[in-house]
Unconditional design. Structure first.
Length: 254
């Protein structure tokens, strides 16, 4: 019978999001900059700790990273061309007609979308591009990792599935069902790939909102049981295994 590992994987602290969330591939920011009509300013809404924000700064003169959470911004990655501001998506702290690109990565499901879209139109430069981005459920790649992948899929959908907020369904569907009132165009097929150790994998799982809700509901035993079983299946915790997430994109011209 498995026992809980000595490490508490689900008590990572406030910096866990910045440490364990997977970064987007550089090709994403390169593509988004290529379709923007101007590279003077990009606005990244719901920027979190700045994962996409700083990548956009490699292509734009200036990037505004906006997020309502002071804790997220306190852990944001500094960049000389990035300015972070505490700002709600429904009241963007950006000048009218200033942005050639407005992005929202893994965040739009929390927005009041009609009000956000009004703000997008206000801050957009002529012909600006808006993109709502998300990444889907992770998968462990490769035939040798099928059992591990099956275990984490069951944990995601069945064991902590009831603790996901209702908005999570929008992410799982790649935002396909939400209203997107812009001149839409297809984006490229992209994905995130990370060669992760056990510590990185379970550190990422610890950032799930469902984990926080499960802990608040007194389900610590459920979480530790999964961590113990998953760690045993993983084997040597320093072994790196390929993890991937599909990137979903709604892309349009304002």
């Amino acid at each position: 019978m498995s026992t809980a590992p000595s490490k508490n994987w689900f008590d990572q602290g406030g910096a866990a999001y910045a440490r364990f969330r997977p970064e987007y591939p550089p090709s994403l920011a390169a593509f988004l900059s290529s379709v923007a009509p101007t590279r003077r300013l990009a606005v990244d809404v719901g920027c979190g700790n700045g994962q996409l924000t700083t990548q956009l700064a490699d292509h734009f003169d200036q990037v505004l990273g906006l997020d309502p959470s002071a804790d997220q911004l306190a852990n944001a990655v500094a960049h000389p061309r990035v300015e972070y501001r505490q700002s709600a998506a429904e009241q963007l702290q950006a000048e009218p007609g200033s942005a050639g690109l407005i992005t929202a990565a893994q965040a739009a499901h929390w927005f009041d979308l009609p009000r956000f879209y009004e703000e997008v139109r206000r801050v957009a430069a002529p012909g600006a591009v808006v993109s709502l981005l998300s990444y889907g459920v992770l998968a462990l790649d490769g035939a040798r990792d099928r059992a591990l992948d099956g275990r984490i899929q069951r944990f995601y959908a069945d064991e902590v599935g009831r603790y996901w907020p209702a908005e999570r369904r929008l992410v799982d569907a790649g935002y396909a069902s939400i209203d997107f009132p812009f001149d839409e165009r297809p984006g490229p097929a992209l994905e995130i790939r990370k060669p992760w150790t056990l510590d990185e994998m379970l550190g990422y799982v610890s950032t799930w909102s469902a984990i926080r809700s499960a802990r608040e509901a007194g389900q610590e035993a459920l979480l530790h049981r999964f961590a113990a079983e998953f760690a045993e299946m993983w084997g040597d915790p320093t072994t790196r295994r390929e993890v991937r997430w599909p990137i979903n994109m709604r892309l349009g011209t304002v």
